[in-house]
Write a protein that binds this ligand. Sequence first.
Ligand SMILES: N[C@@H](CCC(=O)N[C@@H](CS)C(=O)NCC(=O)O)C(=O)O
Length: 249
Amino acid sequence: MAAVTLIGSPVSPYVRKVLAACAIKGLEVELDPISPMYGNDDFERISPLRRVPVWIEGDLVLCDSSVIVQYIEETRPGPSLWPADPARRAKARWLEEFADTRLFDVLGWRLFFQIALKPRFFGTEADPEVVEKARDVELPQILDYLESQMPETGFLFGELSMADLSVAPAFLNARAVQINVDPERWPRLAAWLERMNEQTPLGPLNKLARNLMRTPLAAHRDRLTEFGLAPASRSWMGEAARRGPMTPQ
Ligand SMILES: N[C@@H](CCC(=O)N[C@@H](CS)C(=O)NCC(=O)O)C(=O)O
């Protein structure tokens, strides 16, 4: 099989989701750790939504973390990324979908992007109404639902699966803008997040992401090697930040 290049900064929860799947399968990839906002014209040609992650393997180019992890599962040996039982597998896929849509909309776009990225990349301030509603109304509803799905011990479906690795990553980005899960109100969710950090490949990836959040973009490639990841031989990084067709205001 051809060598794999993955485009996307580990600051992206979706990129960490794919990297965690690779770690479980023992699969090494080369990484171009760009922020999608800084993708160049070539990036836009292969990622029409200007989004990361993008998987390149020979002539094959795949966009979207769920498409990519499904492809990894179908082409690579090693532990399965989903539960074996069809009903549990279907439920795991639903939680992946919930995480990639509603959970990320609130934690990723209305909190992390508004507070941390919008001012930094586009020079505009966070919209306080969006942030307040996300934090005080929308997020608690999501956390109540996730709490109802959480086991007392272990992972969502016993063994670690893509359900866990899809739901957990965005919580780190939220923590970076002081949005935390209150362990008094959502005890199972908070304890599961701790286990995800301490017992799974997401832990070291979260450590790398935290480090990159404090590092100027130009130095991100050098940080990868310090964390045991191989930088790609080419980069799709451009000069200035641009919005994609689906970047929120
Ligand atoms: N459904 C996609 C979502 C990917 C996504 O939204 N990635 C973010 C980074 S966390 C992105 O590239 N955003 C840039 C933009 O939309 O402008 C997936 O699962 O890969």
